[in-house]
Design a protein around this ligand. Structure first.
Ligand SMILES: [Zn+2]
Length: 326
């Protein structure tokens, strides 16, 4: 008891780093990139200042720049030159992602390349699966997801990341990969993905806005958390190697629950809307961006995430490279 116990002794400046419970390292970070088949030079995304769509021909150089900061892992989203009802450009062997992965792996074989596996960027209606009568069909979508994952693995992807919240998607993809001899390709599943308004800027970035309805029919309802555990458990049973909670900041409670319940490698997606909020306030001079970003990412790690997908990854990696720790 006070006065023998003085908590402030632990807060002396030279003592604080010694007892810090949570730290951030470049190994925790995954940088998302948008690769666009329809452009010839990088195009800034208006609702995500500082983030760009890159042409296929330039993505490998940008990955190279990131590798110099110590970043190792990247997740790719594709914007194809053509879209149709079933998203067939998603599994085109010569599609945008397949070409991007091949070029990155040719130049940087040690980079960890993760590919988003979904159809919403490739379908003309913008939904994550095959649509009939304005409803997304689950089972016929699975076959296309399997084909897409195999085509990414064939191009050299290390990890495929199914994000469409179809029932059975992880099992379908694991089976397809194993049948084609890609048993060492990992699956990082968007296991607890909420139907969130925080994805708004992403739809500008990936050109994946939908022409009708919403995604409440397959993504999770934000008020639910027990359901997240059931979603995650199913994905683990189906063969997911890494499971993801998305978004991150409004769902820290879900990260804690998932990590403590399953003890699996757990990723959290610090999404486009979370990025845009910080950027908008920083541009106005209302927040100090670097301090906010550090605190935000540490909070996601403290909640139990092993990996953070964040558009701030490159900036943070640069600071870690410079200062050692932040
Ligand atoms: Zn999707």
């Amino acid at each position: 008891m006070f006065p023998k116990r003085r908590m402030r002794r632990l807060r002396l400046e030279r003592i604080r780093p010694l007892i810090r419970e949570t730290t951030l390292s470049v190994n925790d970070l995954i940088m998302p990139f948008f690769v666009d088949e329809t452009i010839k030079k990088p195009v800034e995304i208006s609702s995500m200042p500082g983030q760009y769509r890159y042409p296929v021909e330039q993505i490998s150089d940008e990955v190279g720049n990131c590798l110099e900061t110590g970043l190792k892992a990247f997740i790719l989203f594709g914007i194809p030159s053509s879209k149709d009802d079933i998203g067939s450009s998603a599994f085109d062997e010569d599609g945008v992602i397949q070409r991007a992965v091949k070029s990155i792996k040719a130049d940087h074989p040690d980079a960890v390349v993760i590919t988003d596996v979904c159809l919403c960027e490739y379908t003309s209606h913008g939904h994550c699966g095959i649509v009939e009568n304005e409803s997304v069909l689950n089972d016929p979508t699975l076959e296309i997801l399997g084909k897409t994952a195999v085509s990414h693995a064939r191009a050299g992807a290390d990890i495929v990341a199914p994000s469409g919240m179809m029932d059975g998607m992880v099992e379908a993809i694991r089976t397809s990969l194993d049948e084609e001899g890609y048993e060492n390709v990992l699956i990082m599943s968007y296991a607890a993905k909420y139907a969130s308004a925080f994805y708004g800027p992403f739809r500008d970035a990936a050109d994946s806005g939908f022409s009708f309805g919403d995604r409440m029919g397959y993504q999770m309802d934000p008020p639910n958390s027990d359901e997240a555990l059931r979603e995650v458990e199913l994905d683990i049973i189906e063969g997911a190697d890494i499971i993801m909670v998305k978004p991150a900041l409004s769902y820290l409670d879900i990260i804690i629950k998932v990590k403590s319940e399953f003890g699996m490698p757990t990723a959290a997606y610090n999404v486009s809307g979370e990025y845009a909020m910080v950027k908008a306030a920083a541009i106005q001079g209302w927040l100090k961006e670097e301090e906010i970003v550090n605190e935000m990412l540490i909070s996601i790690k403290r909640a139990g995430a092993d990996l953070i997908l964040t558009y701030f990854a490159k900036d943070v990696a640069r600071r870690l490279h410079e200062y050692g720790e932040i």
